[in-house]
Ligand binder design. Structure first.
Ligand SMILES: [Zn+2]
Length: 481
């Protein structure tokens, strides 16, 4: 262990009070997407700020503006920025987390009240909304701060914090806040930051800790096909061009049943994995059975575990999401819908960007539509997008996290990329120009966003030790270099 013994002893001796504090945090229903809960999100921000202050962290609550929701004007919850330590001889680590949560109601299928932390000592699990996403990890940092403050131990590095209360609602205003602070130069809150650590994702499975170094981007599209002035009786069928038929044909040209994207040029520039990257995938503790457990059915695209892991994280994919305007009620309705729109998106990997991909997507769909030679109208547009992110794992930030993981869990972490997105990761990487690390606390079966969300007590307690040890490893490695 690279941290002082008192630190680990303190964490062991104070498990109950750490869990008690997590109960307090879970009891504040800080649901950011529900206007009725907005006061609770503000309350959660103040609670967090006062906790940080208690342990010597200087804070600033930055207002992020207002929004109009359901006819009411609501204040966005502020971002809570924090700083402790200004020793120029030490590295400065920026920590990100969020204090808002997804909605939850017992009637959704929870076994216990979602906003009362249920600690099941027998199974070693703590159930409650936000336990793992993301209050547990945020409180892990508070535990580290408390231990150092109470023991009178100096932190091995300088810390900066950026906690937001709108992560589950699209991180409104956060990109602007980060850009503004960076533009302030030496005066800015993030000046001097050497690396970023985000604890807001999960192990790939329930057995092996991981470090996450990549996320896919996204480009989301809508194709609208229209023709008739209004919905028509299908008695007219056989005499007119029908929008739905045309839309289905177009959507059917986007991707093969094996998941191969059929848009020309879409795979251009994506480098094949070299031997060291292939080795990372070989080393990951993840099986086809694990994937099929997540999917809830034996439907993997391949029997080869590396192929499916790569398909999910380092290859682009295209998914069809839905059709608006089509008949979807019970029974039969003999209607010809007048306007239908299909929604689909691509998950992107470097060097793909939404801008670059959109040119190819639009020209392909327009050409395919022209080939159909109908008298209908078609429009395709990009609804939104975000770039992919991949970090350099041969960096001291990852080295420190790997050593800390090995010290606490006795296992070498899997190096993983994820199929989804955490947009703030890229914002930090681009605006600060420093290495960003995703260092998860919870396990793959925690059920973030789902019913019966949980965090294992062992992950909370070992996770606290992991976060603290990571700081000591950052200090050790930078002292050696
Ligand atoms: Zn989260």
């Amino acid at each position: 262990m690279s941290g002082p013994k008192q630190f680990y002893d303190y964490v062991d001796a104070n498990q109950d009070s750490f869990i008690q504090r997590l109960s307090e945090a879970v009891a504040i229903p800080s649901v950011s997407t529900d206007p009725a809960r907005r006061d609770d999100v503000h309350r959660m921000g103040s609670w967090l700020e006062s906790q940080l202050n208690k342990y010597g962290v200087t804070t600033r609550a930055v207002p992020l503006g207002q929004q109009e929701l359901e006819g009411k004007v609501l204040e966005y919850p502020p971002a809570i920025l924090g700083r402790i330590g200004d020793d120029l001889s030490k590295k400065t680590v920026l920590i990100y987390g969020h204090f808002d949560v997804q909605p939850a109601d017992k009637s959704d299928g929870w076994n216990t009240e979602p906003f009362q932390l249920h600690v099941d000592r027998e199974s070693g699990k703590m159930y409650g909304r936000g336990s793992t996403d993301d209050k547990g990890p945020v409180l892990g940092w508070l535990n580290v701060l408390e231990a150092h403050h109470t023991l009178g131990l100096e932190l091995p590095i300088n810390l900066r914090f950026c906690f937001e209360g709108l992560e589950e609602d699209g991180s409104q205003g956060l990109d602007e806040l980060i850009a503004t602070e960076v533009a302030k130069g030496v005066e800015g809150w993030f000046h001097g930051v050497d690396c970023v650590c985000i604890s807001d994702n999960y192990w790939l499975n329930t057995r092996t800790p991981c470090l996450t170094y990549g996320l896919r981007g996204i480009a989301y599209y809508q194709v609208v096909v229209s023709g008739p002035a209004s919905d028509l009786h299908s008695g007219l069928g056989g005499s007119i061009y029908e929008p739905m038929t045309t839309l289905i044909l177009l959507l059917g040209k986007l991707v093969s049943v094996e998941g191969r994207i059929l848009i020309p040029g879409i795979y251009d520039g994506i480098a094949a994995a070299d031997s060291s990257e292939l080795q990372k995938y070989q080393d990951i503790d993840f099986s086809v059975a694990d994937l099929e457990k997540i999917a809830g059915a034996p439907i993997a695209l391949s029997e080869d575990r590396v192929t499916v892991m790569m398909g999910r994280t380092r290859e682009p994919s295209l998914s069809l999401h839905g059709i608006e305007g089509a008949y979807s009620g019970a029974g039969g309705k003999t209607v010809i819908p007048s306007t239908v729109s299909g929604k689909f998106s691509l998950r992107l990997v470097p060097p793909q960007t939404p801008e670059d991909i959109t040119k190819k997507v639009l020209s392909y769909i327009e050409a395919e539509f022209a080939k159909l030679n109908t008298k209908l109208k078609m429009k395709v547009e990009l609804l939104g997008g975000g770039n992919p992110w991949v970090a350099d794992t041969k960096h001291w930030n990852y080295e420190a996290a790997q050593r800390a993981t090995e010290a606490i869990w006795g296992q070498t972490p899997n190096y993983t990329r994820e199929g989804g997105s955490i947009p703030v990761t890229l914002t930090f990487a681009q605006n600060l120009g420093v290495n960003v690390l995703l260092l998860p606390m919870g396990r793959g079966d925690d059920g973030a966003h789902s019913t019966n969300e949980k965090l294992d007590i062992s992950n909370f307690i070992n996770g606290t030790k992991l976060l603290g040890t990571y700081l000591y490893e950052v200090a050790n490695i930078s002292a050696q270099k």
